[in-house]
Design a protein around this ligand. Structure first.
Ligand SMILES: NC(=O)c1ccc[n+]([C@@H]2O[C@H](COP(=O)([O-])OP(=O)(O)OC[C@H]3O[C@@H](n4cnc5c(N)ncnc54)[C@H](OP(=O)(O)O)[C@@H]3O)[C@@H](O)[C@H]2O)c1
Length: 331
């Protein structure tokens, strides 16, 4: 029987999780079954566990917002899928050894793709990619300013920006990250206490960023807003600092900065199937070519999902916490 990590109630971490056997069932028409390989533990998963996320599942529920598997069964009237193909799934409930889903929610990937990296492709690189394309038209050489630059999204922004010819001004909270992020292509990396209102133009060689990406909130969000060129967008997609953003009137009146928000789930709901596939095709090519690479902090078997969640909630991680969905399979 497949195993799944079920959330029993919304509660602070340590979470109310249980590893349970769940029934296996053959795919119905239009569905496929994935034999799951790996899944990531993201801040959004912690927010779901705590009951603070933007959309919550009915309980009890198998949780997990992204993961990678192998297509193991194909239902009738499904075309274009091959058994044995690796794939990511655009549906919640990935912390399980087996998933039965609509074929519309499955994106096949190139054979041979690294399943660990693929398990981190759905959410963060797609968020980075969409934010870099959907709010303003950047041209080669333009600057992007971002905080939480060491996050999964932040690193994807750095790597994709490099590949596209954009430049990045990155804010981090730990000095040991400066060299590391420069090593993956960051143009400039500064600590949170650098005042970007006075320093951004110098740091960007006389220019001002044309896109600000905020995953922190509070004073950090304001700091990157102050770096922006007049008329350009500031996009909030995360709230790691759990502080609201206070916007000084002058940023609206005199600089005409537009304050926007981004949620990948909302983008997927509004995007055409073609747009979704195109986005993940480009990103999987970047993954295969090595442009996109996310460091892994630690891997836990699914049976230790609770420990994985606790580890993911700690500060100072060196990368993502992943769940190995293969090692606990019973055959
Ligand atoms: N809106 C969307 O569709 C969407 C999609 C993806 C992600 N997100 C959000 O984006 C954020 C980042 O996600 P992720 O998966 O990329 O993160 P991650 O890889 O787990 O990394 C978390 C990052 O947040 C930083 N951080 C944590 N607490 C902080 C604080 N109090 N002040 C400043 N920085 C802090 C960490 O800094 P250190 O490196 O120093 O530890 C780390 O860089 C989360 O809020 C997540 O929910 C939103």
């Amino acid at each position: 029987m497949p195993l799944a990590c079920r959330l029993l109630e919304f509660a602070a971490i340590p979470a109310a999780l249980a590893i349970q056997e769940v029934p296996s069932s053959a795919p119905e028409s239009g569905e496929v079954v994935l034999s799951m390989l790996a899944a990531s533990v993201n801040p959004a998963d912690l927010n779901v566990i705590e009951g603070t996320y933007g959309e919550l599942p009915p309980l009890p529920s198998t949780i997990g917002n992204e993961g990678c598997g192998i297509i193991s069964q194909i239902g009738s009237s499904v075309e274009g899928f091959t058994i044995g193909t690796p794939a990511i799934v655009l549906r919640a409930g990935t912390w399980t050894t087996e998933m039965r889903v609509s074929a519309d929610d499955v994106i096949p990937l190139p054979v041979g793709i690294d399943p660990w990296q693929a398990a981190m492709l759905t959410v963060n690189p797609a968020t980075a990619w969409r934010m870099m394309h959907d709010f303003t038209q950047l041209k080669s050489g333009d600057w992007i300013v971002q905080n939480a630059a060491n996050s999964g999204v932040g690193r994807a922004v750095i790597q994709l920006a490099k590949a596209l010819g954009f430049r990045t001004l990155n804010v981090v909270r730990r000095p040991e990250l400066i060299d590391e992020l420069q090593g993956i292509g960051a143009d400039v990396v500064v600590l949170e206490d650098v005042d970007l209102r006075t320093e951004a133009v110098r740091l960007c060689g006389g220019e001002q960023p044309r896109l600000a990406l905020n995953a922190v909130g509070g004073s950090s969000a304001l700091n990157i807003a102050n770096a922006l060129a007049p008329g350009f967008p500031h996009v909030t997609y995360g709230a790691m600092g759990r502080q609201p953003l206070k916007i000084p009137n002058g940023l609206l009146i005199f600089k005409n900065i537009s304050f926007r928000g981004f949620w990948l789930r909302r983008w997927r709901e509004g995007a055409s199937r073609q747009d979704i596939h195109d986005t993940y095709r480009v990103l999987s090519e970047f993954l295969v070519s090595g442009v996109l690479k996310t460091p892994v902090h630690r891997v836990f078997p699914l049976t230790q999902a609770l420990e994985a969640v606790q580890e993911a909630a700690l500060a100072g991680r060196t990368g993502k916490v992943l769940l190995d969905l293969v090692s606990c399979k019973t055959h």
